[in-house]
Design a binder for this molecule. Structure first.
Ligand SMILES: [Zn+2]
Ligand SMILES: [Zn+2]
Length: 145
């Protein structure tokens, strides 16, 4: 499954004329296998032992390249650190208010909201963003004990 994602992603880079460097390969691999919406810093920490010359800025620049070709989404939350999400399919996020973990979930049918919003406002809608907040199972468990 994730091997296919990686293959497709590398294909997309090639088609977009983006050079595939060992770093880019490793960052993609990490994004696909972790599925945890990491920050650039977390990716850097996970890979720095393999790429001693790499900096957080390099990681960030590569993520920006991936974003431009549509492979990743950047999730900004008003604080300093964006999180990065490998784009597989449309999904929504549920966010733990305690530890900040982001979990994917799928829910169909919200395209209607875009049509409705466009209808009542006259805007051309580009996208929407929905986030659900709560306490993840681990944090809920810790609270009980
Ligand atoms: Zn949590
Ligand atoms: Zn996600």
């Amino acid at each position: 499954m994730s091997a296919d994602y990686l293959k497709d992603a590398l294909e997309t880079l090639k088609d977009s004329g983006v050079r595939i460097t060992p770093q880019r390969h490793a960052i993609l691999e990490y994004l696909i296998s972790s599925m945890t919406h990491p920050t650039a810093d977390e990716i850097y920490k996970a890979l720095e032992s393999r790429f001693p010359n790499m900096s957080v800025a390099t990681v960030y620049n590569n993520l920006r390249v991936f974003r431009e070709v549509g492979l990743v989404k950047e999730l900004t939350y008003g604080d300093a650190s964006s999180r990065f999400d490998f784009v597989t399919h449309e999904h929504y996020h549920i966010i733990c208010e305690d530890c900040g973990k982001i979990t994917d979930f799928q829910y169909p049918g919200l395209d209607e909201i875009e049509q409705f919003a466009s209808h009542v406002s006259g805007y051309q809608i580009s996208h929407h963003r929905l986030e659900v907040y709560g306490l993840c199972p681990e944090c809920a468990n810790n609270k009980v004990n």
